[in-house]
Design a protein around this ligand. Structure first.
Ligand SMILES: Cc1ncc(COP(=O)(O)O)c(C=O)c1O
Length: 363
């Protein structure tokens, strides 16, 4: 079998989406969020393909180190910062910018006894209630960091939006007000917007934007498709048919016998399952793209296989190509069938699925 499951990553679509984001946030610099293995797209190849991004953001120290080891020279921001002096030393060695969201991290920087070698981002919690200094604690933290790093521009300011995909924009407006009030006249570049902040209804502003999902060509807004936003899907999760069988009326398909044939049904067995990251929660009726045509999933997703009713597609046979998501079948749509979000499907593509780059990383 020449075409078992693989995720084809379109480097051209990545760069196209970066330009769409730039047009949407004119004048802002783009910090491309490549954490969680670039949302399943491959950390290093994604960063190399996005070589014109102004910076990269990762969640974990190891991700930043890996990018440096693979030759990425652009600024790299550690979104959760560091948690020990040893990590701080390693971050310094690799010139990683740090988010400082907690008093413990200020103490680490003080204990290091020398200024950090790259920018620090102080994070203000304006309503997400996850990471960041409460507005009333922010000034004291900022003063301590400023005492360590007095150079102009060394300390930048950020917050994270909790509900920028909400069309009424109420919480976003509130968060922007709290951010502005906390900062007052303190100088420093600001970063607020994630993908939904860039494309949403409220003008968010800031010198830096931090898109993740939109770079990968999925819509961050429930009521707008990626296509309507001008974004192109970057990942195509594709596989092929490995068997075709005739299921007589009245018989069932798959574990738990959850689907029963109401008529004699031609069923294609497709090489993809929850072992590849396809959610087991996908119900019968979920669309699967077989030879470019939509056909319904029947029965439960198993570890390595799914079954698809191809009664209306007589040319389907062993080897017929199948797209699970990508052009023509948005990952957001599939996520809706699974009762989850595109982020989880993209990040959940398992290690056994090879990532193949289409188009040049250098492009
Ligand atoms: C602090 C921060 N900024 C930006 C992003 C990117 O978010 P999105 O993928 O919604 O654009 C994330 C992702 O979770 C994040 O944690």
């Amino acid at each position: 079998m020449s075409r078992l499951i693989r995720a084809v990553i379109d480097a051209g679509a990545l760069r196209h989406n970066l330009e769409v984001i730039r047009a949407r946030a004119p004048g802002a610099r783009v910090m491309a969020v490549v954490k969680a293995n670039a949302y399943g797209h491959g950390l290093v190849q994604t960063a190399l393909a996005l070589h014109s991004a102004d910076a990269f953001a990762v969640a974990r120290l190891e991700e930043g180190v890996r990018l440096r080891q693979r030759g990425v020279q652009a600024p790299i921001v550690l979104l959760e910062g560091v948690f020990s002096l040893e990590q701080l030393r390693e971050a310094r060695q690799h010139r990683l910018e740090l988010v400082v969201h907690d008093a413990l991290q200020v103490e680490l920087l003080e204990a290091a006894r020398e200024p950090h070698c790259a920018a620090l981002w102080i994070k203000i919690d304006t309503g997400m209630n996850r990471l960041g200094f409460r507005p009333e604690a922010f000034r004291a933290a900022h003063e301590r960091l400023h005492a360590l790093q007095p150079a102009a521009g060394a300390i930048r300011l950020m917050t994270h939006l909790a509900a920028a995909d909400d069309p009424d924009g109420h919480l976003t407006g509130e968060q922007l007000k709290r951010f502005a009030a906390a900062i007052g006249r303190i100088p420093g570049e600001r970063s607020i917007a994630n993908s939904a902040g860039i494309f949403g209804t409220v003008a968010v502003g800031g010198q830096w934007v931090r898109p993740g999902l939109a770079l990968y060509g999925a819509s961050p807004l429930p009521e707008r498709t990626a296509q309507a936003l001008g974004l192109r899907p970057v990942m195509r999760l594709e596989t092929s048919v490995i068997a075709v069988r005739q299921v007589p009326r009245g018989e069932t398909v798959g574990y738990g016998a959850t689907w029963r044939a109401e008529r004699d049904t031609r069923v294609a067995i497709v090489a993809a399952g929850y072992g590849d990251g396809l959610p087991r929660s996908l119900p019968s009726g979920t669309p699967v793209c077989v030879a470019g045509q939509r056909a319904p999933l029947v029965g439960r997703v198993s570890m390595d296989m799914i079954a698809v009713d191809v009664s209306t597609l007589p040319t389907v046979g062993v080897g017929t190509p199948v797209t699970l998501w990508g052009e023509g079948l948005a990952v957001e749509e599939l996520a809706g069938w699974a009762g989850t979000i595109a982020y989880e499907l993209l990040c959940g593509v398992s290690e056994r699925v090879p990532l193949e780059l289409a188009g040049s990383a250098a492009g």
